[in-house]
Write a protein that binds this ligand. Sequence first.
Ligand SMILES: Nc1ncnc2c1ncn2[C@@H]1O[C@H](COP(=O)(O)OP(=O)(O)OP(=O)(O)O)[C@@H](O)[C@H]1O
Ligand SMILES: [Mg+2]
Length: 257
Amino acid sequence: MPVAGMDIGSLSTEVVILDQEHKHIIAAVILPTGASSKTAINRAMEEALRQSGLSFAQLERIVATGYGRVSVPFIHEKVTEITCHGRGAYHLDPSVRTVIDIGGQDSKVICLNAQGKVVDFLMNEKCAAGTGRFLEVMCQALEVDLNDFSRLAAQTNKTVPISSMCTVFAESEVVSLIAEGYPREQIIRGIIASIVERTELMANRIGIVGKVMMTGGVAKNRAVVEALQEKLGVKIIVPQEPQVVGALGAALLAAEM
Ligand SMILES: Nc1ncnc2c1ncn2[C@@H]1O[C@H](COP(=O)(O)OP(=O)(O)OP(=O)(O)O)[C@@H](O)[C@H]1O
Ligand SMILES: [Mg+2]
């Protein structure tokens, strides 16, 4: 019977449904989590069922991950994000040994062995700096659409460094830089450099081995991925839909249980 995986993150909620044989994705939904994770969970599941043409009763098992997994009333199992991102990434490319997940409120570096088992990980969940939320706050301060971020960053090779590590202080620093007349393209590169630096610190502590895959919403930010590749000196592969990798991992684990 078909199975489902859900990833209820701080900013987005995903549902992935695998077919009868657990081989193909027959639904993949991404919705904003918004103020009520319960509402997002129900809406995302309804949409995934609609996409797959299934009824809720036809789902054999549902596994949830993400910080909001405790809010899902109808799931069978809860699994950590580390395990789910690792499982999803390994499924998409079994030669991946390092997974970098940058989401809305935390970032993680996960090491996998040749069998796809998590052998080590590091997580930064203390503050929004170095995460998608940080990028969103900075975009607001700069009055720039997140979708234009990569294009604008490519327009210059000068970078205005952002010295504050904290999101709140970095935001006022960016506001001051705008007032001082620095071009926003250069400030954007400074913001990217700040995220990259945070990730590099984690990557160096854990030690990057083998092929690297990036998951989570920030992997959709080309400028961040490119800057990270350059800083770490490794090629980073980004799956077609990096934001659903956690939910895919949850669905695969549901299939294996
Ligand atoms: N199309 C896009 N282009 C660029 N960046 C994007 C895009 N879509 C999402 N993002 C980035 O992804 C971030 C959200 O990532 P994601 O959906 O993985 O977070 P989450 O899983 O809800 O958070 P967490 O796992 O920390 O609880 C946004 O803050 C934004 O920076
Ligand atoms: Mg997430």
